[in-house]
Design a protein. Structure first.
Length: 474
């Protein structure tokens, strides 16, 4: 039983030693946790300790119980889903933020939080070549950012609906491509628009939203009495990383009076390297845009930047000030007015540390390196007779599959690739994820970790080929 007051310096020393050691041995762990569901819960006491315990005991359990149940996103062989990485500056900022423990619900509850947030989101906009006149703020995730944007669009289209609700009103419609992220559906569910009113449109052969299909859908919806609300364009779709034709979508939205929201959660950060600015062409005409530094900009989870040309629409949708939060007004921005969440973490610190540590040129180099590694992998796939690419590779994600040697239908191919993936991931040295593209099961490799080198990508390719060989003879 610990009777001593907790010593900050002792704990910080333990934590920093632990982090340091973790970093150096991260590659010794299997990337994907090998525990069965419920394992950790079965290891931990069901009730909290009645008396405090010494930190050595917690750290021992961290080693023995928590680590085996961790999937190591910071492992350089983590090549699944989307590129993600933390960094030392980002982690240090998290520590400082926890020590400060401020809540930026109002400007006056922490002027530094509000003002640093305004500065770093403006830096991020500049780094990506987006309009610096936009208002920006940080949220936890792209899902929240898209929800907030569609909520602002809803209030602008049906003023006062936040008070009345949507009962008896017109049925709103939101449009996006079949490849758009499920957060669009979830936003519609939460906002009372309804998932049935998310119209997912056909894409072209490169998985980009077809503008002609969108136009037809809007016209047809108006004819049937629906009220078109917004288009969500994606720059870097989750599966294929395709980029919707934003300039044409901006024209259409302008002509039709629809809100254009751009989901650039993953690929937006690529534009920090000027040669990837093409991906954000036309986005300066969007009404709102989200991009996540926590996906591809060395910033630890969570950090999503939401920008808008219409901050007043967000205030109209979300501002609600109970008596205890009233202020003298004045020039200060109270960020609670732009969102449904009151409390606000000091996330700006980590993005600030990241910019200070790497500079925009250092960040651009990381992006370039990741894209080059992914393209190298794609070349190996293309050169191999046993594998094929399933989508273009504009960024750092490669979708491919094994051409199952015994042929068979789509279901047999999917099953063979599923088995291949399971074998690769069971090896523990790399982790790839999967998706479906045009009805085909795809192996999905994403380079995004700052520590991932050519050797890791080469290892992934060797593991994939070895798994295919083993399955072919089994
Ligand atoms: C294009 C896109 N949008 C949104 C999301 C959701 O991101 P978040 O976890 O920040 O809500 C993802 C996650 O993969 C994504 O790829």
């Amino acid at each position: 039983m610990s009777q001593e007051p907790i010593s900050w310096s002792h704990l910080l020393a333990l934590a920093s030693q632990w982090v340091e050691r973790y970093r150096y041995r991260v590659e010794s762990f299997p990337v994907l946790a090998r525990v069965a569901p419920g394992w950790l819960q079965s290891q931990l006491p069901a009730a909290p300790p009645q008396h405090g315990e010494p930190p050595e005991a917690w750290f021992a359990d961290l080693e023995q119980l928590i680590l085996p149940a961790v999937t190591h996103w910071n492992h350089p062989g983590f090549l699944g889903y989307f590129g993600i990485t933390g960094s030392a500056p980002g982690a240090a900022a998290e520590l400082v933020s926890a020590a400060l423990n401020v809540n930026g619900m109002l400007w006056k509850t922490c002027p530094a939080l509000t003002e640093l947030e305004q500065v770093v989101v403006s830096w991020y906009a500049q780094a990506l070549g987006l309009p610096t006149s936009w208002f920006g703020m940080i949220t936890d995730t792209a899902s929240t950012s898209t929800l907030l944007a569609l909520g602002a669009a809803r209030e602008r289209t049906l003023p006062g609906c936040r008070e009345r609700g949507l009962q008896g009103g017109p049925r709103l419609r939101v449009y996006c491509s079949q490849e758009a992220h499920s957060s669009v559906d979830k936003a519609a569910m939460v906002l009372g628009i309804g998932r049935d009113n998310v119209v997912r449109l056909a894409t072209d052969a490169s998985f980009r939203l077809r503008v002609d299909a969108l136009e037809e859908a809007i016209v047809e919806d108006r004819r049937r009495g629906f009220l078109p609300l917004a288009v969500v364009a994606t720059v870097g779709t989750t599966s294929s990383t395709s980029v919707d034709p934003v300039p044409e979508l901006a024209d259409l939205c302008q002509a039709q009076g629809l809100w254009l929201h751009v989901d650039a959660a993953y690929a937006g950060s690529a534009a920090v390297a000027p040669e990837f600015r093409w991906a954000l062409a036309g986005c300066e005409r969007a009404d709102s845009l989200v991009s996540n530094p926590h996906k591809w900009l060395l910033t630890p989870v969570d950090c999503s930047c939401l920008f808008t040309a219409h901050p007043e629409a967000f205030r109209a949708a979300y501002s609600l000030v109970p008596s205890y939060l009233t202020t003298d007004g004045g020039a200060a921005v109270d960020l609670m007015d732009y969102t449904f969440q009151l409390g606000r973490r000091f996330r700006a610190l980590k993005l600030w540390f990241v910019f200070r540590a790497f500079g925009t040129s250092g960040l651009a180099q990381v992006i370039r390196r990741h894209v080059e590694l992914a393209r190298q992998f794609a070349r190996w796939v293309e050169e191999s007779e046993d594998f094929e690419l399933l989508a273009p590779v504009p960024f750092s994600v490669v979708n491919f599959r094994w051409r199952h040697p015994r042929g068979g239908d789509e279901a047999a191919r999917a099953e063979a690739n599923r088995q291949l993936l399971q074998r690769v991931n069971a090896g523990g040295r790399v982790f790839l994820s999967h998706t479906t593209l045009a009805g085909r099961f795809a192996l999905h490799l994403a380079v995004g970790n700052s520590e991932t080198q050519g050797t890791h990508v080469r290892l992934a390719w060797e593991e994939v080929r070895a798994a295919a060989q083993a399955l072919a003879v089994s």
